[in-house]
Design a protein around this ligand. Structure first.
Ligand SMILES: [Zn+2]
Length: 197
């Protein structure tokens, strides 16, 4: 859900039009987001992807696959080797992958973000740490799901034909406020620089 939310914020920050590619980017990010946990034998990916559990025998949980190094390599492979991968697919994969360790940073264990350096990056204060399957995680999941749905509807409304906007005129100010609050020019500029469009 965090991957979908992050994709929406990125697309809004780039003032992206509503196209099937935009929807596909969010869908790909959503699908790819669980993959870094391939380093954990009990994870959904390890249990459902044939042969995936082998990875966890060699890679310690929340190290290599959760590192800046792996994200950078993934980015370079998708964008730097001239494979002509569709932009929406490459962007979805990178955003989904990065979103995973970003949200894992709130975990009490943290992640070995600078792997192979041995530093674990974790929440600076214990009350910010949210454990797996804790009540805090449920709250975050519900909040993110609500955000993803409400934000998508607000963005759709702001890009809807005039007649639709007129019919839902009472909702327009709230939609403008919500979309405006998470439309960050700096994020749009960063993503354009990285060709994440
Ligand atoms: Zn993880």
């Amino acid at each position: 859900m965090f991957a979908a939310a992050l994709t929406e914020v990125i697309l809004a920050s780039e003032h992206a039009p509503i196209t099937w590619q935009a929807v596909a980017t969010a869908a790909v990010a959503y699908a790819v987001a669980p993959v870094p946990d391939i380093d954990q034998p009990e994870s959904w990916v390890s249990r459902h992807l044939p042969g995936a559990s082998i990875v966890s025998m060699f890679v310690r949980h929340r190290t290599l696959t959760h590192s800046l190094l792996a994200s950078l390599l993934l980015y370079l492979v998708l964008f730097g080797l001239g494979f002509h991968i569709p932009q929406w697919l490459a962007t979805g994969i990178v955003v989904g992958w990065v979103s995973h360790w970003l949200i894992d940073l709130v975990n009490p264990m943290g992640v070995q973000l600078f792997y192979p350096l041995p530093w674990w990056v974790k929440p600076p204060v214990p009350w910010l740490a949210i454990g797996v399957e804790s009540a805090g995680e449920t709250v975050i999941r519900v909040a993110l799901t609500a955000f993803v749905l409400i934000f998508a509807l607000a963005y759709l409304l702001l890009h809807a034909p005039v007649e639709v906007q007129r019919a839902a005129a009472h909702l327009l100010p709230a939609a403008r406020r919500l979309v405006g609050a998470v439309t960050w020019p700096w994020l749009g500029a960063c993503c354009r620089f990285l060709h994440l469009t």
